[in-house]
Design a protein around this ligand. Structure first.
Ligand SMILES: [Zn+2]
Length: 804
């Protein structure tokens, strides 16, 4: 069947008679470009398509074709008609993004479905279906050799002496994928249309979640707190990831339905219906009993199905698009047929998820909400998908009748990921196309004289991505939540020999075509990749060795990385443009520094304050302290972004020891005694004969203290952290002083309570922690670097060296 289709396409595309129409040659043309008469919301787009074709022909061979309206045609001239001109009035197609190219009596007709759907965004191209413009782009691509390779509307054209069209040529196409788009990630009208980034203008998508838009938090929080989900006995609990609702409340259900109806009444054909992100079910009694179901996923399915049934009655013919995501990623269990007006948007649309949906009847069919790109992933601002992964994904969608694609994130790396975007988009138009041909074409057209090195560059990059293909982003995979995940992934992908080879190819590209914008963009993104990889390599080296040398090297790489990022065009808060190209998707400056957001954020080491650490010699791991020696500043417990409190209100420790006692002083020069209520100080000793924790602090009742003994090490506890048990409460002396120099807490710990007087030169595993319960911030001397997860934070220790 596929072969037959291919043959049919070839037949359509080739001139059967061999005769051809000459559009432009030697600066001369019998043609003019003709637009429909009248003036409506579509007119500017017809004019833009006319200008694009005229400019492309002029760039190709200098011929100028005038662009005029139909009523002003020149006698005797042939026409390239764009849009619904008089001759076509009754035969305009109506399918989404359907377009046609037709020759008749020497005239060429470029037309398709044209419609304004989103009246609120009337001037933006993504408010429309612009089939005639798509036809113009396809025409220019095939007969003028035009292409749009970088985001924006710059159409690139190669010289072509003679522009001809086979006389019998015609095309009639309904794109298989009805849309391929994402809100706020448009590359501009011509980038989108040349590359099949077709907007879903008829579908009112919020890009994921509708409940939050149906019931605005700001509008109802004060007047109707009962609309919001109960969590830990509180409505609108601040710890909830996003606003959640009391979904059993009839008013809430009504508002959610009303929002769908409003969207449909704005002219859309379908509207999104989806629960809030980070879903949390309301803990009230009515919600617990809702629909007689205990399973919260099932409650959501029933609620959304019932809303769809109501929509079918209120707005017959219109559609509801329900997101299968989070708690509703898998189909309902209590019913297996959805109402006629329902489309299911699979998020993500993986093989595993699609398989689950096979048993369910969804009359409106399926669309996909995919996570191929976006800096919220573990790869952050570095390349993500290999070419063959992209190809396999589209094959999966075709096999399973998935007809629309919403890309959550796209276009943030036009340099490093440019070919991936191009290949992905072009394979949507024609699955028969070969990846290598597409890559060759892209490199020739984007990098000109540097094409050969570009192909080598991207082929090597792709090979590295292939090596980690099985680590696809699955947000249910606990491995992704491990703090080390991103640094390990990126270091595995980009070993030094690969980075050197890539640098080599890029240098060759710069020699051959260094002035091209495409090469300069690639250089910026590659330098970001390089400094990021270097810093993460240095970080991993430091974790393994924990030496002062490797720590100094790590701080140097962080400095270089920050300097490189600081040099990028940016405004106060976000990344800017390089000659019209938005860099790093216009991300926030802090996001680029952090390596990404959500899964892409590399809190350690990218969210450290390397200046402060260098200046104060705060080495977070592999620390050593000698009694009666220099004081040392504490760092932050846990691998979270470094809190300002740690650096602006530092805690410093110093210690002394004799044969009977160990004394430690915590100094807090920026704080007063009053601020130090509810503070706890913990001192850890790990020795051959056992482990101990001495805890002491201050409360309104006065000083307190107790002793705990190590029961299980983290290794004995399945890497879930050390287990201490309180054994007795000896009265450790806690003496505090307060004055202009701030506040100090001094603990005297008799050696006999923590394993006995140490031998001369004994090396004791040691740590010191201050927990400020007022702010929730914990200071630590030796930070646990190789955390298994975010809950075991106190497994590691530095060395207390008893050299005396
Ligand atoms: Zn409730």
């Amino acid at each position: 069947m596929k072969n037959l289709l291919a043959i049919l396409c070839v037949l359509l595309w080739s001139a059967i008679s061999g005769a051809e129409l000459t559009i432009a040659e030697n600066g001369k043309s019998d043609y003019e470009i003709v637009l429909p008469d009248g003036n409506n919301e579509l007119s500017p787009f017809y004019a833009e398509a006319g200008r694009m074709i005229s400019d492309s022909i002029r760039s190709a061979n200098g011929t100028i074709l005038p662009v005029i309206q139909e009523s002003r045609r020149s006698p005797g001239k042939k026409a390239i008609f764009i849009g619904p001109v008089k001759a076509l009035k009754d035969c305009m197609p109506s399918g989404y993004w359907e377009y046609r190219i037709k020759n008749q009596n020497g005239n060429i007709y470029l037309y398709g479905t044209d419609h304004l759907w989103n009246k609120k965004r009337e001037k933006k191209h993504d408010a429309f279906v612009l089939g005639s413009c798509k036809a113009a782009a396809v025409f220019a691509e095939h007969f003028i050799g035009a292409a749009v390779l970088l985001p924006g509307d710059k159409v690139s054209v190669l010289p072509r002496k003679k522009i001809t069209v086979p006389a019998d040529f015609q095309i009639q196409k309904k794109p298989y994928f009805q849309y391929n788009f994402s809100v706020s990630r448009s590359g501009g009208l011509w980038y989108d249309l040349y590359n099949s980034r077709l907007p879903h203008s008829w579908y009112a998508s919020y890009g994921g979640h509708s409940h939050n838009f149906a019931i605005l938090r700001d509008k109802y929080a004060k007047t109707h707190p009962e609309y919001f989900a109960m969590s830990h006995g509180k409505r609108l609990h601040p710890r909830l990831y996003s606003t959640q609702y009391c979904l059993s409340n009839p008013e809430v259900q009504k508002l959610i339905l009303q929002n769908v109806i409003e969207r449909l009444d704005q002219g859309f054909e379908s509207a999104q219906l989806a629960q809030s992100d980070g879903f949390h079910w309301c803990e009230c009694e009515t919600c617990a009993k809702l629909f007689g179901e205990s399973d919260s996923s099932e409650k959501l399915w029933i609620l959304h199905r019932d809303i769809a049934v109501k929509v079918a009655k209120l707005r017959p013919g219109k559609k509801v698009c329900i997101l299968a995501y989070g708690p509703t990623v898998y189909p309902p269990k209590t019913f297996d047929t959805f109402p006629e007006n329902v489309i299911i948007e699979l998020a993500p649309a993986t093989e595993k998820q699609i398989a689950q949906w096979k048993r369910v009847k969804v009359p409106g069919g399926f669309s996909a909400y995919i996570y191929n790109w976006g800096w919220y992933q573990s790869s952050g601002f570095t390349p993500k998908m290999s070419f063959r992964q992209l190809q396999k994904q589209l094959q999966l969608f075709r096999k399973n009748n998935i007809r629309g694609i919403y890309t959550c994130g796209f276009g943030e790396l036009p340099g490093l990921e440019g070919p991936a975007y191009f290949i992905w988009n072009k394979l949507q138009e024609d699955e028969q196309k070969q990846i290598t041909d597409l890559l060759d074409f892209y490199c020739k057209r984007t990098f000109g004289m540097a094409a050969d090195s570009a192909v080598q560059f991207y082929t090597l990059l792709d090979r590295q991505l292939q090596k980690t293909e099985d680590e696809v982003e699955d947000f249910t995979n606990p491995a992704m939540l491990r703090p080390e995940h991103q640094s390990k992934l990126i270091c595995r992908r980009y070993p030094p020999e690969v980075m050197e080879q890539l640098e080599d190819y890029l240098k060759k590209m710069e020699i051959n075509a260094g002035n091209l914008l495409s090469v300069r963009i690639l250089r910026l993104e590659f330098d970001y990749l390089k400094t990021t990889v270097n810093a993460l390599m240095a970080y991993r080296n430091f974790l393994d060795s924990r030496t002062d040398e490797n720590f100094a090297e790590l701080l140097d790489t962080l400095e270089k990385r920050e300097h490189m990022i600081g040099e990028l065009p940016h405004n106060q808060h976000s990344l800017g443009y390089l000659e019209g190209i938005r860099l790093f998707g216009g991300a926030k400056f802090t996001e680029l520094l952090a390596g990404g957001r959500l899964y892409g954020k590399v809190s350690s080491p990218f969210c450290w304050d390397w200046r402060w650490m260098r200046q104060n010699q705060v080495k977070p791991a592999g620390r050593r302290i000698i009694p009666n020696n220099h004081p040392q500043m504490l760092f932050q417990q846990g691998l979270h972004p470094l809190s300002k409190e740690i650096t602006s209100k530092p805690t410093i420790i110093s210690c002394t020891a004799d044969d009977r006692n160990f004394q430690i002083v915590f100094s807090m020069p920026e704080e007063s005694e009053k601020q130090l209520m509810n503070n706890g100080f913990h001192v850890y000793f790990f020795r051959k004969n056992g482990g101990w924790r001495v805890s002491a602090g201050l409360s309104i009742k006065g000083p307190w203290s107790y002793l705990s003994r190590l029961e299980k090490t983290s290794a004995e506890n399945n890497e879930k952290g050390n287990v201490f048990k309180q054994i007795h409460a000896p009265a450790y002396t806690v003496r505090t002083t307060s004055g202009k120099q701030g506040f100090t807490a001094k603990l005297t710990i008799p050696w006999k309570t923590v394993g006995g007087t140490p031998a001369p030169c004994e090396k004791i595993g040691f740590n010191a922690v201050r927990i400020n319960k007022n702010t929730g911030i914990a200071y630590v001397w030796e930070q646990t670097q190789k955390q298994e997860n975010y809950s075991n934070r106190l497994d590691e220790y530095g060395t207390l060296n008893m050299d005396r």
